[in-house]
Design a protein around this ligand. Structure first.
Ligand code: SF4
Length: 132
């Protein structure tokens, strides 16, 4: 089973690098944007102004990570999705513990676990694509 890849997102990091320019821990999960990927109902206006799509064009390494996740999840059944997401979150928690950072879910989501939040996000997107 492939492993999902995390990205670095400075905006939501719980630990930044000493110069503050980057998250010290890969803390974000993403899928590629656009109609052919995780936004099947994107409008023409949406596609023209899409912030995510612009970033994907600017940063090819980010796009590669997102495509990797897309390819890992697009044909996976629900169980495999949960397993991949769970593994990713355990890795994230391990990185947080190693570096003394707080876990994002403890601060941002009092009612559910990391897995709940990310899996719901993932399943919603995949349901929209008819991947289940
Ligand atoms: S604006 Fe949002 S919904 Fe539209 S294509 Fe971009 S990521 Fe998808």
């Amino acid at each position: 089973m492939p492993k999902l890849k995390r990205s670095h997102d400075r905006k939501v990091t719980t630990l930044s690098t000493p110069n503050g320019k980057r998250s010290a821990i890969a803390n974000t999960f993403g899928l590629p944007s656009g109609k052919q990927y995780s936004c099947p109902y994107a409008t023409s206006i949406c596609e023209r102004i899409c912030y995510a799509g612009k970033l994907e064009k600017m940063y090819t390494s980010v796009r590669e990570v997102l495509l990797h996740n897309w390819n890992a999840l697009r044909n996976a059944d629900r169980y495999d999705m949960w397993a991949m997401i769970d593994t990713m979150l355990l890795d994230f928690k391990q990185d947080c513990d190693t570096k003394g950072a707080t876990h994002l879910a403890e601060e941002g989501n009092a009612s559910g676990s990391d897995t709940d939040v990310l899996a719901v996000n993932c399943i919603l997107r995949c349901n929209r694509r008819g991947l289940h």
